[in-house]
Design a protein around this ligand. Structure first.
Ligand code: PMP
Length: 524
């Protein structure tokens, strides 16, 4: 098989062992199709939904026909470094839509890109760019003052260091006194270090923000992050179950500018607190981490923390946003307002690879427009499709969003019934809209699953996905960093009958697991 030999060798072995090796040749609406050994087409109900991207269904006929028409009309694709009308129109519509949902009146400025991880990378870059500018301004102001002290008439005035509360290490410990010039120079060196301090980003335990060089450091799962830790982005993870960590984080990354102020006794050393934290990131509902929501106070705490540190709050809506949770932004359901928003996945209507980082105009650094771009970003076709996808969400007073909320509630209550019936198998049911998760108890240490689980560490969710695909023609997957959680993210066009069929199949899985049976894996 070419894919195994030339694309992802080990991965295919694993997929084969789990019974997940099907090659889909067609996709339509809520279904994907593969051919079985006899060549017959098998329709699979898709409850994975392109990891959230297929909200509008596979190959939505209106978007496909629009796409074809745009190509036939010879819409430019490669026109980087020109004014892009469709990108402008989409950015305007997104800004209006955010304002309408958040009840705000602020312009949100869009930076377009091609994938979710890129949208997060852009947010991180922008936050650091702002921090650098701010640090430079603060440094320059203090440095001007210190330079004056070093060169003025009083420069050689002798100061008694004991009276000044000087931080250890600033001057040799053996010195009892120093000239004003010596001290001012030491403070300038100290401030230079503050200016050059590396940024720290705060993300949450179980977060997932992508797998590129920087974003992978923001992704909590160690298996993705640790091999690349030496690339350098410094990230501190906050456990939402331990809100006291806010204060600890603040303290851990606090530094201070130093300056001198004249006072009655002569001079006094002044410390101006400065935090190395450049931004706080969160997914309003964690997707890959296991479909996790947090208590209302925690969202409030995150906002307050960002305000206190005067650093941006980056809300990663790549998976939960753009309708999936039943509203344009999942965060709006928690009354959480961000300074930056990242969108991708469903934004492309299931056809286009597009992502956007929206930044409040009051936080946007205009120079950033010069220094970030990408060959394929802002292309007219993707922007036009995304605009249609946005209009679809908004049409008929948000009818599609209401439908998502309704179907999500139906699916969730059926899952909760299963939870009640099989408490020894299902640990929890979480999420909202069509972003739901079923957490299973860790059964890997019991019964006949042992052998497989030992071979494929923490594989229960994948084993179930393989079983459902092979034997029930259903597609699900566990969360990327928490394989005990089966994530359900079907397209919005999924029918209630398809949902019932899933529930029937999950019930059979629960029966197997309750009896500690091994699940029949790959079809013979
Ligand atoms: N952020 C979140 C919340 C995600 O769920 C994902 C993808 N699962 C990403 C970022 C990365 O998106 P992409 O795979 O398009 O790079």
């Amino acid at each position: 098989m070419d894919y195994r030999d030339y694309v992802r060798p080990k991965y295919v072995e694993l997929m084969q062992a789990l019974g997940l090796q099907q090659q889909f040749h067609r996709a339509s609406g809520s279904q994907l199709f593969y051919r079985n050994a006899d060549g017959a087409e098998v329709a699979v109900d898709d409850f994975l939904g392109g990891y959230g991207a297929a909200l509008f269904g596979h190959n939505d006929p209106e978007f496909v026909s629009q796409y074809c028409q745009l190509l036939e009309a010879q819409i430019p694709f490669n026109a980087q470094m020109s004014v892009r009308g469709a990108a402008g129109e989409l950015a305007h519509a997104l800004s209006d839509a955010l304002n309408a949902e958040l009840n705000n009146r602020e312009r949100y400025i869009s930076t377009f890109s091609n994938s979710g991880a890129e949208a997060v990378e852009i947010a991180v870059k922008h936050a650091e760019y702002c921090r650098q500018k701010q640090l430079q301004e603060q440094f320059d102001a203090l440095d001007y003052q210190l330079a004056q002290l070093s060169s003025g008439e009083q420069a050689y005035q002798l100061l008694d260091l004991a009276s000044l509360d000087i931080p250890a290490g600033l001057l040799p410990a053996s010195l009892d006194s120093a000239t004003l010039r010596q001290l001012a120079e030491a403070l300038r060196q100290h401030n230079l270090q503050v200016l050059q301090s590396a940024p720290v980003f705060v993300a949450l335990k179980r977060s997932f923000h992508g797998k590129l060089v920087n974003t992978v450091q923001l992704t909590h799962g160690k298996q993705y992050r640790q091999p690349f830790a030496r690339f350098g982005l410094q990230v501190d993870f906050l456990d939402p179950a331990q809100p006291e960590q806010f204060a600890q984080l603040q303290q851990r990354h606090q530094q201070a500018w130093l300056s001198l102020q004249a006072c009655a006794e002569g001079w006094q050393l002044v410390r101006h607190a400065q935090s190395r934290i450049a931004a706080v990131l969160l997914e309003p509902i964690q997707g890959e981490g296991g479909i996790n929501e947090f208590p209302a106070e925690f969202y409030l705490g995150v906002r307050r923390f960002s305000n206190q540190l005067q650093c941006p709050l980056i809300i990663d809506e790549v998976q939960a946003g753009f309708g999936r949770a039943g509203s344009l932004l999942a965060s709006s359901q928690f009354n959480l307002q961000g300074d930056y928003y990242c969108l991708s996945k469903a934004l492309g209507g299931g056809l286009a690879k597009i992502a956007v980082t929206l930044i409040r105009a009051s936080h946007y650094q205009p120079d950033f427009s010069y220094i970030h771009s990408s060959t394929f970003a802002e292309d007219d076709v993707s922007c036009q499709i995304a605009l249609s996808a946005l209009r679809r969400l908004q049409a008929n007073d948000g009818a599609m969003l209401k439908d998502i909320a309704h179907k999500g509630a139906y699916l969730k209550s059926a899952l909760q019934e299963l939870h009640t019936a099989y408490p020894e198998v299902i640990a929890d049911v979480r999420g909202r809209g069509l972003l739901l998760g079923v957490e299973l108890h860790d059964l890997s240490k019991t019964g006949s699953l042992v052998q497989i689980s030992a071979q494929y560490n923490e594989a229960l969710g994948y084993i179930i996905a393989g079983y459902l695909l092979q034997h029930e023609a259903l597609r699900v997957a566990p969360s990327g960093s928490n394989s005990n959680v089966i994530r359900l993210e079907p397209p919005a066009c999924i029918s209630l009958a398809q949902i019932d069929r899933l529930i029937g199949a999950l019930q059979r899985v629960c029966e197997h697991l309750r009896r500690r049976d091994s699940l029949p894996l790959a079809a013979g």
